[in-house]
Ligand binder design. Sequence first.
Ligand code: SAM
Ligand code: SF4
Length: 361
Amino acid sequence: MNKSEILSRLREDDPKRLKELWRLADETRRAHVGEAVHLRGLIEISNNCVRECGYCGLRAGHKTLKRYRMSAEEVLDCAHKAVSFGYGTVVMQAGEDYGITGPWLAEVVRRIKSATPLAVTLSMGERPEQDLALWKEAGADRYLLRFETSDPELYRLIHPSLPDRVSDRLAILRQLGALGYEVGSGVMIGIPGQTYDSLANDILLFAELDLDMIGVGPYISHPATPLGTVDMHERDARGTTGVPPVEWKRRIPPGDQAPNTELMCYKTVALTRLACPEANIPSTTALATLNKATGRELGLRRGANVVMPNLTPLQYRALYEIYPAKACIFEDALACHGCLKGRILSLGRELGSGPGGRVRH
Ligand code: SAM
Ligand code: SF4
């Protein structure tokens, strides 16, 4: 697909042509990654974060959020639950939390790898190469780090660097590949200031980076963040720190803003599948948050082949509040497992078994 084809598909609203896109994405998914839906058990191990991402409820500046960090024993318990539910992978995710030291997490990874057959995916933010190498040596298999947007100017606005380190997620993705990780990335859809054109570039960049895993989901506004105070339609009226609305208005001509709608997410999932036929693509929790009844199923029918049931202990779920009203914060691990398994089987798809890593044809 070239850029103009991606762009016209992103702007498509003719029901017949959309149906055709869903069919193409589903056929491509079936031909390249098959009928299995892989289950990756998600463990949100800490909500501490040193960063000030303009979009995220875990940002350091959100002072009223109660913070937690799980113990090694709690993480191990979750990993054993994953095995008992038949999952092939656990994904440990956290804010960029240096209270989680390199050696501490390496030891947790080693314990999981020696006690279980699980593949281990990490998503710990922009950690120094030394930590990434330590965790790989300990047995970690995969790493997720979304580049969030391929538009460098928008990225700088919404994702400030740390005082002593310029944020360069693309460079870290290259490091991860060189260290031998399976590499995952992705973007949010409908960030204020994100154009259709830059979303098309995001999809082209997924293919150029030859990513093993690609997570795309809607941007969901959080009122305790600078971006959460930007009204996408009346940007002039509201002031905010960090993201000057005037600048936004200048940057985006009317009609160019990519919407953060459910439909836009399905189009992006489907086009991502067409651009990267072999990648593992989750039907994300953020998508399920927009449509709790059928969002996950529709994602799976329009290109996705992975779901991430939540294993985080119930007492921490609501505190991992990236955005409000997140799906699955009240169901415990067993309930999430039963719910997702039922949804997958109801689609006539199979439950994946084993690690479910990227298969190259
Ligand atoms: N701290 C790590 C990082 O930033 O890569 C991992 C955790 S972070 C919460 C995981 C992802 O959540 C981010 O990459 C971002 O795409 C997504 N996210 C954060 N805030 C969001 C929001 N308001 N709406 C939708 N997704 C959001
Ligand atoms: Fe921290 Fe990740 Fe949220 Fe940014 S997106 S504030 S790095 S948890």
